[in-house]
Write a protein that binds this ligand. Structure first.
Ligand SMILES: Cc1cc2nc3c(=O)[nH]c(=O)nc-3n(C[C@H](O)[C@H](O)[C@H](O)COP(=O)(O)O)c2cc1C
Length: 187
């Protein structure tokens, strides 16, 4: 099957030099020909407020539309205090409400993480997976991509320099393509 798969990628870190944004750029670099990756910046997403759930801010509407239009998602999460960043959780919370028409439901998703620590954000990944179970999202289990010691594996231009990470990225994106096609398959 030669279908072009649309992936929406975003990082749960806002800072300019974010290592998780560097992972998203690495995904663009390693994108296989059967995927197209669009990047969404979570910068403009305000704190979630249930009062505005039915009439969300334009940035949230845009975010939800982009999720809806994508065949699959690719999220890069920082690890903050052993969990995902508030920025990422906040964006997921907005996208998941109201429950009717939640664009996250049933979406294939791949997770990656970068941290300055030794574990590369693996504990954040586990928390993210937990959210996906509740949201009925379909995350890839194989090819977990963690970039540990990120400060020494991303150069001054924000490029991931670690060749193993580039190799894992190719595997992750190939797996996301296969997984998405499998989930979309209708006999
Ligand atoms: C509030 C806070 C909590 C953090 N907690 C962890 C942690 O639990 N594990 C870890 O590996 N790194 C932790 N870090 C370090 C982050 O991995 C590091 O700041 C990383 O660069 C953040 O991602 P970013 O580069 O995409 O902004 C923490 C940083 C902050 C600011």
């Amino acid at each position: 099957m030669n279908k072009q798969i649309k992936v929406l990628a975003f990082a749960g870190g806002l800072r300019r030099g974010s290592y998780n944004k560097a992972l998203v750029r690495c995904a663009l670099e390693e994108c296989p020909s059967n995927l197209s990756i669009e990047v969404f910046d979570l910068e403009g997403i305000p704190p979630y407020n249930a009062d505005n759930e039915q009439t969300p801010p334009q940035s949230v509407k845009d975010f939800k539309d982009r999720i809806r239009q994508a065949d699959a998602l690719l999220m890069a999460t920082p690890e903050y205090n052993c969990s995902i960043s508030g920025v990422l959780k906040n964006a997921i919370d907005w996208a998941s409400r109201p429950k009717e028409g939640n664009p996250l439901q049933g979406k294939p998703v791949a997770i990656m993480s970068a941290s300055t620590g030794r574990f590369g954000g693996v504990r954040a990944q586990m928390h993210l997976r937990h959210c996906f179970v509740f949201l009925d999202m379909h995350s890839i289990n194989e090819h977990q991509l963690m970039l540990s010691d990120a400060a020494n594996n991303v150069d001054a231009k924000g490029r991931v320099t670690n060749e193993k990470t580039h190799q894992l990225m190719r595997q992750l994106l190939d797996a996301l393509a296969t997984w998405t096609i499998k989930l979309q398959y209708q006999p």
